[in-house]
Write a protein that binds this ligand. Structure first.
Ligand code: PHE
Length: 502
């Protein structure tokens, strides 16, 4: 029978009487363990070998365990100086003994706890009484540490558990693959196997010499178990953020940027949010103490916005008739939405005046004083966007969302009428969670009111939105808790294994 050389090597090294670990077989056959594993599975498929698993525990001394091997266990050191000082007859002061044993810092507590536990003696109001006639050289934990250090196995589970609790050893479990020759394997070997002259890789030499015409190429086994290297990779949130940017650029949008900490003027006042609006309290937004205000704001715009708040806009406009303070407008917050950037751009403050049609977006962090739960964090990424054009309607908005979300495989959007102080009409957007079937809010949108646009000097219509990147991810990947992708509780398996949808 002709077989590829790795398979021949494994077959020759395998035995029908003993289950041999794959590493041993690889060693003997002079091949890499992963090559041996692949070959073993191919042979197993032909029934020539059997592959099985065994779980092995490796026990190693920790740094602390090793240091006690050199210096002695703290409780034994205490016992030995106590006996020398005659504490088996008359209690001796603990302080004196600690000094003699050279015990200090955390070792003191370790010595005392184990001294009492092992019956080496008692400590009572600062005095140590040692138990006479105890042999610390027979200390079971010490003996176990010595045995392990010599590379031998310790069978007593209780002692091993105790040493692990003390942090003196660490145990790790691993799976060992074992290979055994089957009867068919034995027969095949007796009949004789030869290495099939197959070529695993096409090389430049094979090409230039023309030899490739005559050689036989090894077949790929695409089902063979392969190594699964776990290396760093781009976080799915970042990957999706980049994809969102690509999609929006593809739809003709330009990217905005701007400060995470901004004046309430840009965050709230420009948006016709009354200064006594509940969302403007510290229950919702994070204020900055230092510095306490923005360096400068465009004077004319501030005046326009102030007047819009007090008197409204247009002939029959109505303002809020409530106080409007420049100090409040100047005060600094972590932005609760990136609509602050939209205000900077639409007013011309960021990049000069804009002529319709224009489209802008950002995919940036926003900060809110929310209560943490499966769908809320104190910060998240907002997909902000707006279109400046003549004669926009709710249909344009809905069409844009349908087109945008389709790129991410989401085709079942729902729209719900909503209220924002700055848009009219306003819509909330919902999608269906692929796992739970629940309806999840994914964004908020609308057409900016006159009270927002006129003070900014914008004459045409502006439709705008703020969508949550994390919620988009939930719909795409089906995880149920936003904390699966953020922070210390994140689901590493999800982050590693999830297939990115492109
Ligand atoms: N600022 C809104 C939010 O954070 C989103 C939004 C932006 C809504 C623009 C309408 C217009 O929820």
């Amino acid at each position: 029978m002709q077989l590829p050389d790795a398979q021949v090597a494994v077959l020759n090294a395998a035995d029908s009487e003993t289950h041999r670990p794959i590493t041993e077989i690889a060693d003997e056959g002079g091949i890499k363990p992963e090559t041996a594993t692949g070959a073993a599975f191919e042979l197993a498929e032909e029934g020539l070998v059997a592959v099985s698993d065994r779980t092995e525990t490796t026990t190693e001394l920790t740094e602390e365990g090793n240091s006690y091997l050199d210096d002695g266990l703290p409780e034994i050191r205490l016992y030995e100086v106590a006996i020398d000082a005659g504490a088996d007859e008359e209690p001796v002061s603990l302080g004196q003994l600690l000094g003699q044993a050279g015990l200090e810092g955390p070792e003191v507590d370790i010595a005392l706890a184990n001294f009492a536990r092992k019956g080496y003696g008692e400590v009572d109001s600062g005095d140590v009484a040692a138990t006479p006639d105890t042999d610390p050289a027979a200390d079971e934990e010490l003996l176990a540490l010595e045995t392990l250090a010599a590379g031998d196995a310790v069978d007593d589970e209780e002692i091993l558990d105790q040493l692990e609790r003390r942090g003196l050893i660490s145990r790790t479990e691993s799976t060992v693959r074992l290979v055994t020759l089957t009867e068919k394997g034995v027969t095949t070997l007796m009949e004789g196997v030869e290495v099939a002259e197959t070529v695993g890789q096409l090389t430049p030499e094979l090409l230039t010499s023309g030899e490739w015409r005559d050689v036989e190429f090894a077949e790929y086994n695409v089902e063979a178990a392969a190594e699964n290297p776990q290396q760093g990779k781009e976080h799915i949130l970042r990957q999706t953020a980049n994809r969102v940017k690509d999609v929006l650029v593809g739809m003709g949008f330009n990217e905005m940027d701007g400060p995470h900490v901004d004046a309430q003027f840009w965050i709230n006042d420009c948006l016709f949010m009354p200064q006594d609006h509940p969302a403007r309290t510290h229950w919702d937004q994070f204020d900055l103490e230092q510095p306490d205000e923005i360096d400068e704001l465009p004077e004319e715009l501030v005046e326009n916005v102030r007047r819009a708040h007090l008197e409204g806009v247009g002939e029959d406009g109505e303002g809020y008739h409530s106080p409007w303070e420049l100090d409040v407008a100047k005060s600094l917050d972590l932005r609760g939405h990136t609509t602050s950037l939209s205000m900077r751009y639409l007013s011309g403050f960021a990049e000069g005046d804009l002529e319709p049609p224009e489209r802008y977006f950002s995919v940036e962090k926003v900060y809110r004083n929310d209560t943490l739960d499966p769908t809320h964090l104190l910060e998240f990424f907002q997909i902000e966007g707006w279109v400046l054009a003549e004669d926009l309607s709710a249909r344009d908005l809905m069409g844009t969302f349908t087109e945008f979300y389709e790129q991410f495989g989401i085709t079942d959007l729902d729209f719900k009428p909503h209220y924002n102080p700055y848009t009219e009409p306003s819509f909330e957007l919902f999608g269906t969670h692929p796992e739970t079937g629940e309806i999840v809010e994914v964004g908020n949108s609308g057409i900016f009111r006159e009270e927002v646009c006129r003070p900014l000097g914008v004459e045409a219509d502006v439709m705008a939105w703020g969508l949550s990147l994390e919620r988009l991810l939930m719909l795409m990947y089906g995880f149920e808790d936003i904390r699966d992708v953020h922070g210390t509780l994140c689901d590493l398996e999800l982050l590693r294994d999830v297939e990115v949808v492109y």
